[in-house]
Design a protein around this ligand. Structure first.
Ligand code: ATP
Length: 229
């Protein structure tokens, strides 16, 4: 049996002002599954994330959570229902220390420190003074303690040091084990492919191919990026 789907973009059309970017995007993510959404610069991956998270309206098509039509829901309502966009999904207070940030939503940060020792080392540092990667870990910390249902990560490794990228993806793998539906958006495929169960290629505002990661080899990657798929 195919596991039930949790999150779906169904024939989604969206864009900016008079520029249509998404031209009918179909995408499904199941619980405990990581889907890598890959495609060249400008394919519309970030726009698809924005529509999924409720930051940008769909002008046609639907967004479904567990079968319910959430197309009209604003971002905050989706977040409350467990649809989280990272990295910018949770605000970090730059003037508060790491510890103070964690305490704004968690009485005892110990379990975060145990899992993300880098944050423990930086507990007394204002969040605004953290490196990009450390800030990313801080914004993802809530997901570790209270896992969302759907986590949409837009270019999670962009600009991060390799060690931090590794920690971020370890965290994603752990969330997937705990049943979270992960949508990982990357321009460079390497990290996302490592933990993806399925891959979706995007090109010119459409998903042009979806399949198991095992079916993605160098030839298919090249074809997808050059537009042959
Ligand atoms: P990238 O890796 O460059 O982010 P992407 O696949 O995520 O690529 P999008 O960021 O979704 O692609 O961009 C798709 C198209 O939409 C591009 O042509 C881009 O110029 C345009 N676009 C993106 N954001 C906006 C915006 N805020 N206003 C107007 N046009 C935009």
């Amino acid at each position: 049996d195919e596991p039930r789907e949790l999150f779906r973009l169904e024939n989604v059309v969206a864009g900016y002002a008079d520029c249509t970017v998404l031209r009918g995007v179909d995408l499904v993510v199941r619980p405990g599954e990581a889907v890598a959404l890959l495609g060249a610069n400008g394919a519309g991956k970030s726009t698809a994330c924005a529509v999924a998270a409720g930051d940008l309206p769909a002008t046609a098509g639907r967004v479904l959570l567990d079968g319910a039509d959430i197309t009209a829901w604003p971002a905050y309502r989706r977040a409350r229902a467990g649809v989280l966009l990272a990295p910018e999904g949770r605000g970090v207070f730059p003037g508060l220390t790491v510890e103070e940030n964690l305490r704004t939503w968690l009485p005892d940060p110990a379990q975060v420190y145990e899992r993300l020792p880098r944050l423990a080392e930086r507990r007394a540092v204002p969040a605004g003074a953290l490196s990009g990667g450390e800030q990313q870990l801080l914004t993802l910390a809530p997901a570790l303690v209270r896992p969302p249902r759907v986590l949409i990560a837009d270019e999670p490794s962009l600009g991060l040091a390799p060690l931090v990228v590794q920690q971020v993806f370890e965290l994603f793998a752990e969330l997937r084990e705990r049943g979270v539906a992960l949508l990982l958006v990357e321009e460079k495929a390497t990290e996302a492919l490592r933990i993806a169960d399925r891959v979706a290629f995007m090109r010119l505002g459409r998903v042009t191919w979806t399949g198991p990661r095992a079916e993605v080899d160098g030839d298919r990657l090249t074809a997808a990026y050059l537009g042959a798929t």
